[in-house]
Design a protein around this ligand. Structure first.
Ligand code: NDP
Length: 330
């Protein structure tokens, strides 16, 4: 089977030369292990961080080794009594066609309950990120107005819709194309949305949120974050989920110049990691699963075919090629 390895650490935007697609042996499972044929691979913005050497909440990818990432596959050989051939599993050995690993690192998923790809997106890590960040970190409550950036992406599209379903007074989104803005307004029920590439974020946000914002779910950092601080209402909250606008910069990004506005607004900014919120998983799956089945909560997926296009799919996420969750289909 083929796998992607990182062979040099990218500086700035990753380049094809930093990676290698190579043939790797398909290993028979040892005692307690399974062999999985991957069907869907996740590509996520946080992977850019793992390509750098800097220590973070997950270890850097090791040079010369296969990269990792969320994946869903089917068990084709098992040496563990808890997992059977034919079972579908969610696991962390993506960026490759076949993976052999300990059965305890696999979580069984049901292909009849939901499409397999959704366990990587709306019913998986990105969905829980939206749910936990909005309800727990932002302490969202009925009547709050919500601004979310990256609003047509995997996390952002769920933040805006969950806020609407839970009684937000106004949901405002920003995204990088007119087509995405149209989707937010016409399909996802956002009250206002703008294409951040068409002007200065501060002015675009002011127009979209004439009464200011009570909460901001930040997926992008940079100019958006400063604009949100500038529009924050009394007792406003900001959740720092991601900062994709600075993931490929080679110089430290300038901080928001208006932090002192948090004094007059009694504002709060708090970062969070989805990994700390898996206690919410059962509640999340029940509530969000029901909204998806009823059609109240919508989602998109952007599929890229083939292991050979795994890197391009990842680059596409950084560029904004995706609407909703970006998935590699094998
Ligand atoms: P998305 O599906 O939102 O894809 C990333 C999107 O970012 C692109 O589609 C693009 O859309 C947008 N983007 C790229 N460059 C810029 C830029 N310079 N300014 C503004 N937007 C940009 O990814 P996810 O939903 O998976 O992740 C969203 C964010 O959440 C990321 O920052 C990620 O790192 C973070 N995250 C954090 C987690 C946590 O535990 N804290 C867990 C999961 C994700 P567009 O066309 O609109 O530019």
């Amino acid at each position: 089977g083929r796998e992607w390895a990182l062979i040099s650490r990218p500086v700035g935007w990753p380049k094809p030369e930093d990676f290698e697609l190579r043939e790797a042996p398909v290993e028979a499972p040892a005692a307690g292990q399974v062999l999985v044929k991957n069907l869907y691979l996740s590509v996520d913005p946080y992977m850019r961080g793992r390509m750098s050497a800097a220590k973070s909440y997950v270890a850097p990818y090791e040079l010369g080794k296969a990269m990792q990432g969320g994946a869903v596959g089917v068990v084709i050989a098992s040496n563990d009594e808890g997992v059977a051939v034919g079972d579908h599993v969610l696991h962390f050995f993506g960026w490759r066609e076949y993976a052999t690993f300990d059965a305890k690192q696999a979580v069984k998923v049901d292909p009849d309950a939901a499409p397999l790809s959704t366990y990587l997106g709306v019913l998986g890590m990105t969905g829980l990120t939206a749910y936990a960040g909005l309800l727990r970190t932002l302490s969202f409550k009925e009547g709050d107005s919500v601004f979310v950036s990256g609003a047509a992406g995997a996390v952002g599209s769920q933040v805006g819709q969950i806020a609407k379903l839970k009684g937000a007074s106004r949901v405002i989104g920003s995204a990088g194309s007119d087509e995405k803005v149209k989707l937010l307004l016409e399909e996802y029920g956002f009250d206002a949305a703008f294409n951040y590439k068409t002007g200065e974020v501060h002015s675009l946000l002011k127009e979209a949120a004439p009464d200011g914002i009570d909460t901001y779910f930040d997926n992008v950092g940079g100019e958006h974050l400063e604009a949100a601080i500038g529009r924050l209402n009394r007792d406003g909250r900001i959740a720092i989920c991601g900062a994709i606008s600075v993931y490929n910069t080679t110089e430290p990004a300038p901080g928001p110049r208006n932090l002192a506005r948090l004094i007059q607004t009694r504002g709060r900014i708090e970062g969070f990691l989805v990994g700390d919120h898996y206690d919410l998983q059962p509640q999340f799956v029940q509530e969000v699963g029901a909204w998806i089945r009823s059609g109240e909560l919508k989602y998109r997926e952007t599929f890229v075919d083939g292991i050979e296009n795994n890197l391009e799919a990842f680059m596409g996420v950084l560029r904004g090629d995706n609407t909703g969750k970006m998935i590699v289909k094998l």
